[in-house]
Ligand binder design. Structure first.
Ligand SMILES: Cc1cc2nc3c(=O)[nH]c(=O)nc-3n(C[C@H](O)[C@H](O)[C@H](O)COP(=O)(O)OP(=O)(O)OC[C@H]3O[C@@H](n4cnc5c(N)ncnc54)[C@H](O)[C@@H]3O)c2cc1C
Length: 393
């Protein structure tokens, strides 16, 4: 029987950070993962370049039923700390936009860096290795695996959420939480494209590929980024961002879209009041032409501006600034970047990620009900929570 200070289950972003931190503190650590390849989520992230942190990360960039929970770990391991680590390993990086940092070359460099950090901490690594059961033996945890049994004082669950099952995601963390009587905030796909009903698709489906700058809001989240029409509905950064808030607000909530943010539309229309141009042609001066045409056609507004009544124009201006759309659903875990919900943070210590009701049991990363915005925040949470647990076990 292998006896250790800590077993970390899940060798993703959070698990590798945790194992390396604990190992470098002199702890005997075993890291276990069931998948055949190491760090697949990191490898595919950020279009293959891994948006590994965000310079502006604060607790306000995360959704959680307990919004203050993430503050402590984020304050103790900041984007600057991760940048220092990346630089120590000679990984070149750049800021793309909005504080989002990417590798110049490849996400693989981040995986290699974390592997090297684990090696430096003397971490033992079983992968691929299936965890068959977790039980208690006195104060210790007894873990049965396909490579034999292991015993440890601390167990860290870092198996992530449910996104992209084909590269190894499982509900393991939720099952362990349930086994130890801990509450779960129901998981849902987030940072995910939205689908729409046949009526919406009949009007806008053939705009697939058209994008526009928009301000989008729902349930307390508001974002100004690009919006993209797709064959199934809407996507693009603005929609991915707001999808997390829509998932939390409930399907009955509409999503609000300002397709001309910062434009004084009533003033613009007033200046063009006598124009013989079609409303669609005027809108096409500031919006993609096909969108402008479809938007007007869907409302019977494909007429010269001079022929439209004051009321119709005022309604059009109002709707361009607050177009309410009702998604029918999301494209699900296969297309989502992250899982909303997870192990309820009210069960965990914000310093150590340890469950108050199960001494020695820690949950980190995406398995926990802390969900970041798009833009490097989810990795920053993985690093910070992994570090917090790695310093405690
Ligand atoms: C396409 C895509 C792109 C993304 N891009 C970015 C980005 O650029 N920036 C950003 O901040 N975030 C990004 N994310 C989100 C980010 O990848 C995750 O939030 C982050 O990886 C979570 O880290 P984690 O360690 O908690 O979980 P994961 O990285 O998912 O790791 C969990 C590990 O646990 C293992 N595991 C699962 N079940 C079991 C089990 N039963 N037994 C043993 N092992 C198990 C898995 O094999 C995996 O290795 C992206 C996500 C996706 C899907």
């Amino acid at each position: 029987m292998k006896t250790l200070d800590a077993v970390v289950i899940g060798a993703g972003a959070a698990g590798m950070m945790c194992a390396a931190t604990a190992g470098q503190r002199g702890r005997r650590v075993l890291l276990i993962d069931h998948y055949s390849k190491v760090g697949e989520k990191i490898r595919i992230s950020g279009g293959g370049r891994c948006n590994f942190t965000n310079l502006h990360a604060t607790h306000r960039d995360f959704l959680s039923a307990n919004p203050d929970f993430c503050r402590s770990a984020l304050a103790r391991y900041t984007p600057r700390d991760f940048i220092a680590l990346v630089e120590r390993h000679g990984v070149a990086w750049h800021e793309k936009t909005l504080g989002q940092l990417f590798c110049d070359d490849s996400a693989k460099q981040i995986i290699d860096m974390l592997r090297a950090e684990c090696e430096q901490g003397g971490v033992e690594w079983w992968q691929p290795c299936e965890v068959r059961s977790v039980g208690r033996e006195g104060d210790a945890f007894a873990i049965e695996t396909s490579r034999g049994p292991a015993k440890a004082t601390a167990l860290v669950v870092a198996t992530g959420g449910l996104t992209v099952p084909k590269i190894g995601a499982t509900p393991f963390a939720y099952r362990i939480a349930e086994q130890f009587g801990l509450a779960i905030v129901p998981p849902k796909p987030a940072l995910v494209p939205l689908s729409f009903d046949a009526d919406f698709l009949a009007r806008y489906g053939d705009l697939a590929g058209v994008s526009l700058d928009a301000e989008v809001w729902c349930g307390g989240g508001r974002f100004r980024e690009s919006l993209l029409f797709t064959h199934r509905g809407l996507s693009g950064p603005a929609i991915l961002q707001v999808s997390s808030y829509w998932q939390r607000a409930g399907a009955a909530e509409p999503i609000h879209i300002d397709v001309l943010p910062g434009v004084d539309v009533p003033g613009w229309f007033a200046a063009e009041r006598r124009s013989r141009a079609l409303l669609g042609s005027l809108l096409a001066e500031r919006l993609p032409k096909r969108f402008a045409q479809h938007w007007c056609a869907a409302r019977g507004l494909d007429l010269p501006i001079a022929q439209l009544g004051d009321r119709a124009l005022a309604d059009a201006a109002r709707e361009l600034a607050d177009w309410k759309v009702r998604p029918s659903g999301t494209l699900g875990y296969n297309k989502a970047e992250v899982t909303l919900g997870g192990v309820d943070t009210r069960e965990l210590s914000s310093r150590t990620m340890e469950a108050a009701r199960a001494k020695g049991l820690h949950f980190i990363g995406e398995a926990v009900d802390v969900t970041g915005h798009l833009g490097g925040f989810n990795f920053q949470w993985a690093w910070a929570s992994g570090r917090a647990a790695g310093e405690a076990v």
